[in-house]
Design a binder for this molecule. Sequence first.
Ligand code: FES
Ligand SMILES: [Fe+2]
Length: 346
Amino acid sequence: MADFLKQTWYMIGWAGELDDGVLARTITDTPVVAFRDTAGIVHAIHDRCPHRFAPLSKGIRKGDAIMCHYHGLTFDGAGTCVDNPLGGPVPAACRVASYPAVEQDGMLWVWLGDPALADPALIVRFPWLNDEGLRSIQGYTRVDANYELLTDNLMDLTHAKFLHPGFGGDAYSPHNTMEAGRDTVLSKYVVIDIDNPEFPENAWSSHGNKVDLWDDIQWYAPATLSLSSGVVLTGRPREEGCEIPAAHVITPESAGRSHYFWGSALPKDSPLSNDGFREVLSQAFDAEDKPMIEAAQQRMGEADFWELGPVLLGTDAPAVRVRRILREMIGNEKKSQAASAEMSAA
Ligand code: FES
Ligand SMILES: [Fe+2]
């Protein structure tokens, strides 16, 4: 049984994935189904009918509720059974858990912890996803690996030199610095005075001049990463170049499987089409990162990362800091849970 942060928002999907229907995803081993009511408000409830345990996500949305497709019990967004088409009274136990849900910046978030603590202001904002001056795209990759391996991958971009030829390949030898707060880490990468690599060149032509590249990666617990990447002519201020923001949100499905949501945006006048942009990112995340991280997970099996005694390089500092902060947060949660259990037992 893996340890997850409980009192936190988890991204369940992109708003566009919900459309008019239902969206089912397991989050930290809990099956959840999200759906919109007739007013367009998103709800999230436990995805298991209390009768014979059919997934409600296999049901049919009826008005403001979902009807179980097995025997027709119908549940609203509060998890209340609002109809028993077979007749007779509805037992009081006939209800499912409902979870606070928020739609923001084109993303859907759920809170599986104590509902009293579910403050939407805690959700990391990505307003540029809806910026009319930009063209944004979104993607989803399911990865058979622990979510912290995906965070490691994003906090340490030195792998781009070996794994991502289009993002820099051999020329990507960055200088890395880190700024760590109490519960956040910023990992910064800069590459100075190189020929523009394939992807940034397609997104923003350097017209044969040398460029500087930057990647600023800000991590928020448990696994939400806000990136600013960009390219500018060597020595010039960033404002003169092309910034490509990105959101990478990783939601643990279970100990060994993760939902990886990625979104990014180009300036409207970029020569790279949205289809071309999606292809580049999918190549990097689906075809390059995913198989490598899954293969590493396979080699690790179910062993704990630290128990395997990983060799640590200087470039691992941001990823290690993130892992330590997260462990501490999860440990603190457990301590306060144990303390309140003790108090209520006394
Ligand atoms: S399993 Fe849902 S109504 Fe029977
Ligand atoms: Fe990568």
